[in-house]
Design a protein around this ligand. Structure first.
Ligand SMILES: NC(=O)c1ccc[n+]([C@@H]2O[C@H](COP(=O)([O-])OP(=O)(O)OC[C@H]3O[C@@H](n4cnc5c(N)ncnc54)[C@H](OP(=O)(O)O)[C@@H]3O)[C@@H](O)[C@H]2O)c1
Length: 294
């Protein structure tokens, strides 16, 4: 049922990244509010079925495969994973949206997106942001800080009692991807944040020592922050198969965090837009206890 008075049921919202961490929660929220959604995946057969969500097959690397996604869409949510063809793939999506007459694009970018970013991810997001701003379509940029859900990617280490990082004592207001999705859903359904760059953070900056303490307290087994040098972090990431460009980007983020300043700042945007405070580190760990269980 459509619960939202501002939303017209026949306006299609096109979504990319809907099988991923942020996008799967976004689709759940849009479906719950009765939105009409068309979602792209390279493997739509494996995607979860939801009311009001039509899955279409396509690949952002192949512009010719995006026609069905965009056809008749009023709004478009743009997200891809971190991949070395992120810029051409996202530019294809922007071109296809414009050609199809899409009115509004909400792009999932990243905190610190800038031509000066020392992380290639920040630079790539910035280049796509610039293209979107020049496109003539209305736009909203979501610039989240580091995801709490990244710790799920370190579950093997955490279960063995260690949290390795070269973050030193840097304060990071990690953000829960469920809150990012909640902001995206509001912006897509209600509109009103056109031309805005929305910085999304959690409620407080936390050091990795604190993260390890919270993990220990909530999970019932000891977890220690293993402080790494840059060389040690590089070796760990490369051993885990992280590509050179992404490992270099991760070291750049560690350096920003150690340095502090803008990266430690908390923004109130999630509460302003969703009406509820962002989830804390403690809530995140409690909600994912089973995944972290030994
Ligand atoms: N992790 C962080 O701390 C952090 C912080 C700030 C910003 N970000 C940004 O967040 C984004 C990642 O979000 P996420 O973690 O939710 O993503 P994710 O879980 O890695 O999912 C990636 C999604 O992108 C889709 N995708 C990848 N390549 C595609 C292609 N060629 N064509 C069509 N779809 C494609 C995948 O769909 P299929 O596989 O179904 O095709 C999947 O749904 C990145 O842009 C990253 O820079 C991350």
């Amino acid at each position: 049922m459509n619960e939202d008075k501002n939303m017209s049921n026949d306006r299609v919202i096109a979504v990319t990244g809907g099988t991923g961490t942020v996008g799967s929660e976004l689709l759940r929220l849009l479906a719950a509010r009765g939105a009409k959604v068309r979602a792209l995946s390279r493997h739509p057969g494996k995607a979860p079925r939801l009311p009001g969500v039509e899955w279409v097959a396509g690949d952002l690397a192949d512009k010719g495969s995006l026609g069905r996604l965009m056809s008749g869409a009023e709004s478009f949510f743009l997200l891809t994973g971190n991949m070395d063809n992120m810029v051409p793939a996202q530019l294809n999506a922007i071109d296809a949206a414009k050609q199809a007459g899409v009115r509004r694009v909400v792009k999932l970018s990243a905190l610190g997106a800038s031509i000066h970013s020392k992380s290639v991810i920040g630079l790539w997001h910035y280049l796509v942001e610039q293209a979107l701003e020049r496109s003539g379509m209305a736009w909203t940029l979501l610039r989240p800080h580091a995801y709490l859900q990244n710790f799920l990617g370190q579950v093997e280490d955490i279960r063995q009692g260690r949290l390795p990082s070269a973050a030193g004592d840097g304060l990071v207001p990690f953000v829960d991807t469920r809150d990012i999705a909640a902001v995206a859903a509001e912006v897509l359904i209600r509109g009103g944040w056109e031309g805005k760059k929305l910085v999304l953070t959690g409620p407080a900056g936390r050091t990795h020592d604190e993260v390890a303490k919270v993990l220990s307290a909530e999970l019932g087994y000891p977890v220690e922050h293993r402080r790494e040098s840059e060389d040690e972090a590089w070796a760990r990431l490369r051993k885990a198969g992280v590509p050179v460009w992404l490992a270099a980007g991760t070291l750049a983020l560690y350096a920003y965090w150690r340095h502090g300043g803008a990266t430690a700042k908390v923004s109130g945007v999630i509460e302003q837009i969703t009406g509820r405070p962002p989830r804390s580190l403690e809530e995140f760990v409690r909600d994912h206890k089973q995944q972290f269980a030994r």
